[in-house]
Design a protein around this ligand. Structure first.
Ligand code: NDP
Length: 340
């Protein structure tokens, strides 16, 4: 029996695939081109990984051929593919439609071709589906697993951040609605993973390029900044290590107690100055290269823009999340090794 991982070439998905292969699962990954599929096969060099090409999840039938071929094999579906970037002005085409159609499309393909063989579905949603991007910063605003972003298709036209939140909220809602409407037709149980900013090393150093994926670029941007730049003391949000997010994807289909849950993956708040200071503590070679070590005054004063309260998820999962220090240390070690 196999696990289907959509968007297997992505930053988070590669960690998920890595964990699955280490636990001896057979994995079917999807990538947007044959070249990307071949590249990932080569990277993992593991006969338990096979790949299929799914060029664009905006197409509602994008996953049909995957299920036509593998319907009897696929027991678990982890849908991670979704656009995560902000440099677009065509919010519908680039963010909303692929996020929504990708989710609805993969669930419709299960319904058509594997309604009784797929047992568990995990969707990588986001804190963006929980967060209200239009609220001013206020440390009395508390988000939990129960909250929903108020973003709609219409408000998502305002800017890329709201559009990304809208894309994740609309896609996640569509998944819960689909299950509600089809619970007598499909067998699968649904679990959702909602991470905040995901940092950490890439699975393979070959993926360390000058510009990293959207979230890891936050750390990379500190490394690329000049000593005269302001590092930024405003608290940007909360972080979670990618290795915890990958582990949560496995818990989300392996454990009974995660059925029907939103796993709100968040560890601690950070500013660019926090990251800068961790780099100074562990990597003296960056002295004089990046902004100086300074008191992280806003974080120390608990001037956070909101609070992520994920006590329920932490208690449910029951493991200690990786600290920001270890996360930044491992990320910077990998980047420094590639550049040296
Ligand atoms: P990546 O950009 O590294 O991964 C996104 C994956 O989705 C890639 O494989 C990408 O393929 C694929 N994809 C995007 N658009 C399409 C499309 N139209 N058709 C087919 N495939 C597509 O980002 P992450 O790993 O960071 O994100 C993975 C998931 O996690 C996303 O759902 C994202 O919303 C979510 N998430 C990420 C967070 C983070 O901080 N990183 C936080 C919370 C949620 P390709 O690269 O070839 O374009």
């Amino acid at each position: 029996m196999s696990v289907l991982v959509s968007g297997a070439t992505g930053f988070i998905a590669q960690h998920v695939v890595d964990c699955l292969l280490k636990e001896n699962y057979k994995v079917i990954g999807t990538a947007r081109s044959q070249e990307k599929a071949d590249d990932l096969k080569k990277q993992f060099n593991n006969s338990n990984l096979s790949m299929e090409v799914v060029p664009d999840i905006s197409d509602l039938s994008a996953f049909d051929h995957v299920f036509q071929k593998h319907a009897k094999d696929i027991k678990f579906v982890l849908h991670t593919a979704s656009p995560f970037y902000f440099n677009t002005t065509d919010y519908e085409k680039d963010l909303l439609i692929p996020a929504k159609n990708g989710t609805v499309g993969i669930l419709e393909s299960i319904k058509k071709y594997a309604p009784q063989t797929v047992e568990r579905v995990v969707i990588t949603s986001s804190f963006a589906a929980i967060f209200d991007a239009e609220l001013p910063a206020n440390k009395n605003t508390i988000y939990t697993e129960k909250d929903w972003s108020p973003a709609t298709w219409e408000t998502s036209q305002k800017n890329a951040v709201i559009a990304y939140c809208g894309s994740k909220k609309i896609a996640e809602k569509a998944a819960w609605d689909f299950l509600d409407r089809n619970k007598n037709i499909v067998k699968f149980k649904l679990s959702i993973v909602n991470p905040v900013y995901v940092f950490g090393p890439q699975v393979s150093s070959s993926k360390v390029t000058n510009t990293l994926n959207t979230s890891c670029e936050v750390i990379n941007a500190v490394l690329k900044s000049k000593p005269t730049d302001s590092s930024g003391k405003d608290v940007m949000g909360y972080f979670i290590d990618v290795r915890d997010v990958a582990k949560a994807h496995l818990a989300a289909f392996q454990r009974e107690d995660t059925i029907g849950k939103r796993l709100f993956m968040s560890n601690s708040p950070f500013s660019s100055q926090t990251i800068c200071n961790i780099i100074h503590e562990g990597f003296p070679q960056y002295d004089g290269e990046i902004p100086p070590f300074e008191e992280d005054s806003k974080l120390l004063a608990n001037e956070v823009p909101y609070v992520c309260n994920n006590r329920a998820t932490k208690e449910l999962l029951g493991w200690e999340f990786i600290s920001l220090k270890k996360c930044v240390d491992d990320t910077v070690t990998q980047i420094a090794n590639v550049k040296s």
